[in-house]
Design a protein around this ligand. Structure first.
Ligand code: ATP
Length: 362
């Protein structure tokens, strides 16, 4: 029996029984999912959670420490949300990082199955899991990538084989090419003796306000992530208003990352001093007409049932306020456009007190 107190919960999605690990338990990662057969009695498959990727704050010494003089692949780090796509009992499923079967992403997965011919891939690799970053109009990451068209899109960044091991990077590239699967952009292969070229790649990503890179060993699980100050500044601006609901070092950690990048890359300090200040002033701007600490999301679903299931799932964590549910047509598919807000309780209460003149002891 699953034991909530030990970080395992029993869940059900449309009659599919599963357990989710809501915490790391021993060597089992948070977000790991155990799927049961149709009788709900026999566990038939464990889908592991996605391991953390180490962040480095200094590119030059990070690369040396992680890869020495060995070559590594550099992929763009796309800024969406982490989803595992798989087939279970003949049905596509989409699992969130936290280990829920997401009704919204699973509904989109059915569209993707048709659009990208995923049947062909899963017919050949029924036990594989496509670890993907999902971008577009979504209910999890309010910083929507402006380069993405309306709708929802996935980009494969890892493939778990039937043996429970991640494929090596080159094998993954070969498979996504053969099956024409959407994939995270590969920016090249580098090594520490070509670090100046990697610096150029990051300067360019920063100018284009892209999130950053993930560096991966061709032969092992070794990987590291490195993000741009444009991302850090945007995160600060967009999240100040949620400050009392965030993990404690959210803002200061981004200040550290941005400051180190600016120094290491020799960026114009006067420009960044001003941009940092602007991020704070713009971030707090909404306090002038403050009602609540919230983020707005805009999504497309095919069925009202999907939205209700998603809303139920999200309501466990935050308050959901619906702005509208309207019919919409997206690439020839009749859908519903749902606009809603996630309202963050602690920050709402605290900022309301702040602007109404309440006293606080710091
Ligand atoms: P952690 O990896 O420590 O759990 P996190 O949950 O805070 O970190 P991020 O800091 O956003 O997440 O970085 C890791 C995530 O980046 C991955 O879980 C994945 O969803 C996403 N990602 C985007 N592009 C890639 C890529 N090319 N390779 C691997 N992961 C990528």
């Amino acid at each position: 029996m699953p034991d909530r107190t030990r970080g395992v919960e029993e869940q059900d999605y449309n009659g599919v029984k599963y357990w989710r690990y809501s915490d790391d338990v021993g060597y089992i990662l948070r977000g790991t999912v155990v799927l049961f057969d149709s009788s709900g009695q026999i566990p038939i498959r464990t889908v592991p959670g996605f391991p953390h990727i180490n962040r480095v704050y200094r590119l030059r010494s990070g690369v040396r420490r992680f890869f020495h003089t060995h070559p590594f692949f550099v992929e763009e780090k796309l800024d969406g949300y982490n989803v595992r796509l798989l087939i279970h009992g003949g049905q596509p499923l989409a699992l969130t990082r936290g280990g829920f079967i997401c009704p919204f992403t699973t509904e989109w997965a059915e569209i993707w199955w048709r659009r990208y011919g995923l049947d062909r891939f899963f017919a050949d690799y029924p036990d594989c899991v496509l670890f993907s970053e999902v971008l577009g109009d979504n209910p999890y990451n309010s910083q929507r990538d402006p380069a993405i068209s309306p709708g929802l899109y996935f980009f494969v960044f890892d493939i778990l084989g039937g043996d429970g091991e991640f494929l090596h990077v080159r094998d993954r590239y070969r498979i996504v090419e053969n099956y024409e699967l959407p994939t995270v952009p590969l920016l090249g292969q580098f090594s520490s003796d070509r670090i100046e070229e990697l610096f150029e790649v990051l300067r360019d990503l920063n100018e284009k306000e892209r999130e950053g890179v993930v560096l991966k060993s061709p032969t092992s699980k070794r990987a590291m992530k490195f993000v741009t100050p444009s991302t850090d500044l945007r995160d600060i601006k967009d999240n100040l208003i949620l400050e009392f609901d965030l993990e404690p070092r959210f803002i200061i950690n981004r200040l550290l990352r941005a400051s180190l990048f600016i120094k290491e890359f020799g960026l114009d300090e006067a420009e960044y001093a001003s941009r940092l200040g602007r991020a704070f002033l713009d971030g707090y701007e909404s306090l002038e007409t403050f009602e609540s600490a919230s983020q707005t999301y805009n999504i497309y679903v095919q069925n009202l049932k999907t939205w209700n299931a998603l809303r139920h799932m999200l309501s466990g964590h935050v308050t959901i306020k619906v702005e509208h549910v309207l019919p919409a047509s997206l690439n020839g598919i009749e859908m519903l456009n749902v606009k809603f807000r996630r309202v963050f309780r602690k920050s709402t209460r605290r900022y309301r007190e702040v602007i109404r003149g309440y006293g606080h002891i710091d």
